[in-house]
Design a protein around this ligand. Structure first.
Ligand code: PSU
Ligand code: MN
Length: 284
């Protein structure tokens, strides 16, 4: 099985592209030999595996909470709706025994974190919860070097599919090294199994760069991100509002180009994640 998050649907992309993407990701997982399970909270119940109507609701409905670990008990007790981030999706996937989780980009250490202390809970969850996350690196709005340092502190192995360095979200790979490069889904599955067999806590992070034909030039996107970060500062946007605000700004500033790239990279990650999940089930 492959777990999928709902924050990317409710807070990461505009309607209706968010719903179209979520469905296409599920289809891609199935076509590559695994079962998709989109995870979210409906009326206080954690749902593992949504149907098409539920996915549509997560794409359209107003006022769905963005749920990280700290928000989980509140949304459950209040019987509210919650879109799960990487952090909360990992926790729910682990409760359901799902070992593989596909997304676009993880949260990480924000630019300027030395002043704001803004470090995503996603990184702590990777250090604690035994779920492997397949992504295209950390979102472009973050400080990638600091994010990798933090992952090292948390003891998270960072693996890269074919590319020698860490993926750079909208752009091709960064210059930042990873812990190991693998060439086949089976190799990744073997490393995941070894971690589980050793009884080591926490997950593994798999970096999969965006396909070259959809990548945006780094210098271009970096400038857009700088402007978006400056605007967020000006407007006093911080905390959990920060990531959704920045993603939306970037989509507007690039005339939708960043959204197309975001969709393509998630689909590409779904392909790889499904193959790794299927290899892992052969090893178990
Ligand atoms: N990556 C995307 N789009 C998103 C996110 C990641 O391409 O919407 C979401 C994920 O759910 C991630 C969250 O866990 O943003 C991180 O939020 P924060 O920086 O507030 O921890
Ligand atoms: Mn944060």
């Amino acid at each position: 099985m492959v777990a999928l998050e709902t924050t990317i649907i409710s807070h990461g992309m505009p309607y209706p592209k968010n719903v179209e993407t979520a469905r296409l990701v599920e289809k891609t997982v199935r076509e590559n030999g695994a079962i998709p399970a989109t995870i979210g909270i409906i009326d206080g119940e954690i749902v593992i595996g949504m149907d098409d109507d539920e996915i549509e609701e997560f794409g359209k409905r107003k006022g769905i909470e963005k749920v990280s670990k700290r928000d989980l008990p509140i949304v459950v007790a209040r019987k509210a709706w919650g879109a799960t981030t990487v952090s909360a999706t990992m926790l729910c996937a682990a409760m359901a025994g799902i070992k593989i989780f596909v997304t676009g980009g993880i949260g990480g250490v924000h630019r300027g974190a030395e002043k704001t202390f803004d470090i995503s809970r996603d990184l702590k969850e990777l250090g604690e919860v035994p779920v492997t996350v397949i992504c295209s690196g950390a979102k472009a709005i973050l400080d990638i070097k600091k994010t990798l340092e933090y992952l090292e502190t948390e003891g998270v192995s960072v693996l890269s599919y074919k590319a020698k360095t860490f993926a750079n979200f909208y752009s091709l790979s960064s210059n930042d090294p990873v812990d190991a490069v693998f060439e086949t889904p089976k190799e990744a599955a073997e490393i995941i199994k070894a971690k589980h067999d050793l009884g080591l806590s926490g997950g593994i992070l798999i970096s999969n760069p965006v396909p070259e034909e959809f990548a945006l030039p780094h210098s271009y996107i970096d400038k857009v991100v700088d402007e978006a970060v400056a605007k967020a500062e000006e407007l006093g946007i911080s905390g959990k509002e920060s990531t959704p605000f920045l993603l939306k700004e970037i989509v507007e500033k690039t005339g939708g180009e960043s959204l197309e790239t975001n969709i393509k990279l998630v689909i590409n990650n779904a392909k790889l994640g499904a193959k790794i999940a299927s290899e892992l089930s052969n090893l178990d």
